[in-house]
Ligand binder design. Structure first.
Ligand SMILES: Nc1ncnc2c1ncn2[C@@H]1O[C@H](COP(=O)(O)OP(=O)(O)OP(=O)(O)O)[C@@H](O)[C@H]1O
Length: 335
């Protein structure tokens, strides 16, 4: 039996089903991500787990106990939201100590635990400051400390980093992951950012229109998207219909769709002799640098193909230049 089991979860608002028969198992000590586009039902699913929202039907088990009807505060679930939601009139220490005070722990125990947790989240120096006197990233770390100090059975994080700038966001992703692993916390993390899900999770559950489209560890999700939607959401796949594929290669596809990753496409010499490769002739349409990756968009008989190469100081091709591309059959997925 998994640590958390969500069985046949349905959530309706009026007649609209926002969650449609969701089945989800989460193992103890794992960080899993609910990933998906805006409106797919991620937050609703998280709120059902926390008890802030009632399920229309279905069952939720936590550590073997049926918690479907249990009120939120009895579920032993901690939450961190996008808004930091710290108490503005309390210092960092007071905010973090709040949950233990509610539980009527002794002064000594509270002092000890708060000191320890502030060290873990790196806020010992800011302990006596008020929320307005610390940065957004520090506020979010304080919110994290406040949520985990009572040692909840599960930690829920609803887009906790979306209001934080890109650079700090990356370091907080690493920090949350480190703390979660160090304390062996079972955590459910909601995000619509595929790269965030990739770096943070043991398991990704991709949601689409109220259903789970695919559940897999990050690398598997990236390399083997099971559906066209998964391919379009993860890994920037090139996606083609059979008609487009024929237009590009002159070959017939016996399935409806073919997809491949931009970094699996290679520039090559103009020969077509290699086995097990699709070879295409095209013209460079655009070149855009994304950090250390150069994204070429190549026009192949009117069909755009994205090609990613490592940027090593100079561009290999110019806009308008003719080029040849190859993609190994093994790197193509068809549906
Ligand atoms: N209280 C409500 N009443 C009616 N519809 C709601 C309610 N809460 C959410 N919804 C609808 O349910 C769907 C799922 O919403 P939810 O907030 O779970 O999506 P999400 O995947 O978390 O999106 P986002 O990333 O934008 O937060 C949306 O279509 C939303 O409009």
């Amino acid at each position: 039996m998994a640590y958390i089991e969500m069985k046949q979860i349905v959530k309706k608002y009026g007649t609209t089903s926002v969650l449609k028969q969701i089945n989800l198992d989460i193992e103890k000590g794992q960080l899993v991500t609910l990933l998906g586009p805006s409106g797919c039902g991620k937050s609703t699913l998280l709120r059902c787990l926390s008890g802030l929202e009632e399920v229309t039907s279905g069952k939720i088990f936590l550590d073997g106990q049926d918690i479907t009807e249990l009120e939120p505060r009895k579920r032993e679930i901690g939450m961190v939201f996008q808004q930091y939601s710290l108490f503005p009139n309390m210092t960092v220490v007071q905010n973090v100590a709040f949950g233990l005070k509610l539980k009527k722990k002794s002064e000594g125990e509270i002092r000890e635990k708060v000191k320890n947790i502030l060290e873990i989240v790196g806020l010992s120096q800011q302990a006596d400051r008020y929320p307005t006197q610390i940065s957004g990233g520090q506020q979010q770390r304080a919110a994290l400390a406040r949520a985990i100090i009572t040692e909840p059975k599960v930690l829920l994080l609803d887009e906790p980093l979306s209001a934080i700038d890109a650079l700090l966001r990356r370091s907080l992703q690493n920090e949350i992951r480190r703390i979660q692993q160090e304390l062996n916390i079972t955590a459910v993390f909601v995000t619509h950012d595929q790269s965030e899900a990739m770096v943070m999770s043991d398991m990704i559950h991709l949601l689409y229109q109220g259903q789970i489209e695919q559940s897999a560890p990050p690398a598997e999700m990236y390399l083997h998207p099971k559906t066209r939607f998964a391919a379009s959401f993860i890994g920037n796949y090139n996606i083609y219909t059979d008609v487009q594929f024929h237009q590009m290669t002159g070959l017939k596809l016996d399935r409806e769709m073919l997809v491949f990753r931009p970094e699996a496409v290679m520039f090559c010499a103009p020969d077509r002799t290699e086995m097990n490769n699709y070879t295409m002739k095209g013209t460079i349409k655009s070149i855009i640098a994304h950090g250390n990756v150069l994204r070429y968009t190549v026009d192949v008989n009117g069909v755009p193909v994205n090609v990613d190469t490592l940027f090593q100081g100079e561009e290999r091709y110019e806009k308008g230049q003719e080029c040849y591309l190859k993609i190994a059959e093994k790197d193509c997925i068809s549906y």
